[in-house]
Write a protein of this length. Sequence first.
Length: 137
Amino acid sequence: MPADVFIDTNILVYAHDLDAGEKHEKAKELVRELWDQSPAAWLSVQVLQELFVNLVREGVESAEARELVNDYMHWRVVETTVALLTGGLDEQERWNISLWDGLILAAARSAAVKELWSEDLNEGQDYDGIVVVNPLK
């Protein structure tokens, strides 16, 4: 399992969503394996923000959601910057995707990864050197 992979929010949400059935089990195992990788996988501040919001929306207590987010801060984190926003806007325009997905691509590009794990973006699509993989299939 590669450590030089960028993880989109949905993979982490499924790892903690006990009601997600088979996706929960698969995501939980993937995340467990990623915890053992050195160096750690990549994610972004955006992913951490979205994870917190989604966990709380699903009924996780705010303090527990915050603790989980703090744990993921030990992975390699792409910071939110003006340059990242500009990159996200460029990705959004180039690929005709949402700004949020554009920011995920820009963060993955900033981390210089070749693989983006996501259920949201088009599986198998090569976004100019970043290939989307849906590890939940």
